[in-house]
Design a protein around this ligand. Structure first.
Ligand code: DSN
Length: 420
């Protein structure tokens, strides 16, 4: 048998086994990380296709390599589907990741040293929204808005005041860990008032936006960036939407500005995900994510956990404040993992602990909802989370019992049954 025709298991059992182990981990644990999900078999087939083989620098009809006929077709399809799904003038589907999409958007809209105004990372912002240790904070003069000290929610009047003082060239609306809906219209009004451009980063909420379950930034923002692997449930990647007047600049910023060869197999997988997101089934899936988030939030509160902002609305995640529970976010997440429940530790507003320790965790419902779970399961999971956090530190028995319950729930709501 030639090297080219052997299966992964035959050609490289070592890698095959590691991937097999990861498949089993995904099948046998409850995944509550709101920025992760399970891609469909069709999305994974496109991502693992022969489209990985070719260079296609440039854009459809203007490639630097010959032989791109099918690459043009697939990129046009992905762009058309993204534009239709989000009712946008223009889509660029080449960015590799959320941060490279943001990098390209800044490159199109700003000059080095220009001022940007974005949410503080400690209050839910993102590394690529101007943090000093990131290219965005090194290249641009970043200023930040925080959340209201009373409500832990976005305070639009305060953002207006800061914007009037700072006079940013660009306002960034969007967050990685904010459990409330974002009012993009208010952001657009502020940007208009101070003469700033508006970029919305909807990496987390993109699926909700596509399904009409969250306010839509596309009509009001100059540029919208997003990932494709979170609530959108596509491959690990990203894209940019913009108004027609930004199309040329955005395209030039992505290529040749910050990227060279596009990942055409991943663009094919994005096309598949955009099609899946047009279905009625996907809209219902997004609405169930929100219903499940409400149910999980309410059940965690019944178990005596304080949620930052008091809950979640129109969203898929919540921030649990563990400061009154005598446990760090890190220890809580480690104990939960031992019981088969995977969450991420997270800073909360006003956190005095380091990002490695934190005082919070950030559970979310997109992955559980993909497995078909509904409100009764959210209630059950909140009870398991509470048991592990309250009793798991001192009891191997509790961890083992919850692990057993997790396995039963995973068996009742299987994932990737078709995979070997
Ligand atoms: N790492 C992502 C998240 O978990 O929110 C953001 O890039």
């Amino acid at each position: 048998m030639s090297m080219m025709s052997r299966s992964l298991a035959q050609a490289d059992p070592e890698v095959g086994e590691i991937i097999g182990g990861e498949l089993e981990r995904q099948q046998t644990t409850l995944m509550l990380i709101p920025s992760e999900n399970y891609a469909s078999r069709a999305v994974m087939a496109a991502a693992g296709s022969v489209l990985t083989n070719k260079y296609a620098e440039g854009y459809p009809g203007r490639r630097y390599y010959n032989g791109c006929i099918y690459y043009d077709e697939i990129e046009n399809l992905a762009r058309d589907r993204a534009r239709a799904l989000f009712r946008a003038d223009h889509a660029n589907v080449q960015p590799h990741t959320g941060t490279s999409a943001n990098m390209a958007a800044y490159y199109a809209m700003l000059d080095p040293g220009d001022r940007i105004l974005a949410m503080k990372i400690e209050h839910g912002g993102h590394l690529s929204h101007g943090m000093k240790i990131n290219f965005s904070g090194q290249t641009y003069e970043a200023h930040f808005y925080g959340l209201s000290e009373e409500t832990d929610q976005i305070d639009y009047d305060n953002i207006r005041d800061i914007a009037l003082q700072v006079r940013p060239k660009l306002i960034v609306a969007g967050a990685s860990a904010y459990p409330r809906a974002i009012d993009f219209r208010q952001f657009a009004e502020i940007a208009g008032e101070v003469g700033a451009l508006l970029m919305a980063d909807i990496a987390h909420i993109v699926g909700l936006v596509a399904a009409g379950a969250h306010p839509d930034p596309v009509p009001v923002a100059d540029v919208v960036t997003s990932t494709t692997h979170k609530t959108l449930r596509g491959p690990r990647s990203a894209f940019i939407l913009c108004r027609a007047d930004w199309a040329r600049k955005i395209d030039r910023a992505v290529f040749p500005g910050v990227q060279a060869g596009p990942l055409m197999h991943i663009i094919a997988a994005k096309a598949v995900a955009f099609k899946e997101a047009q279905s009625l089934f996907f809209r219902e899936y997004q609405r169930q994510i929100v219903r499940n988030a409400h149910a999980l939030a309410a059940s965690l509160q019944e178990e005596s956990f304080r949620l930052v902002t008091g809950g979640t609305d129109n969203h898929h995640l919540m921030l649990v404040d563990l400061r009154d529970q005598d446990i760090t976010g890190k220890l809580a997440a480690d104990l939960l993992e031992q019981a088969g429940i995977v969450v991420n530790k997270n800073l909360i507003p006003g956190d005095e602990r380091s990002p490695d320790e934190t005082s919070g965790i950030r559970p979310g419902t997109p992955g559980l909802t993909t497995r078909g779970m509904q409100e009764p399961e959210m209630h059950e999971i909140a009870k398991m989370v509470a048991r592990v956090i309250h009793e798991g530190r001192d009891s191997e028995k509790v961890l083992a019992e919850v692990r057993h319950q997790v396995l039963e729930l995973c068996e009742a709501f299987p994932i990737y049954e078709h995979l070997p």
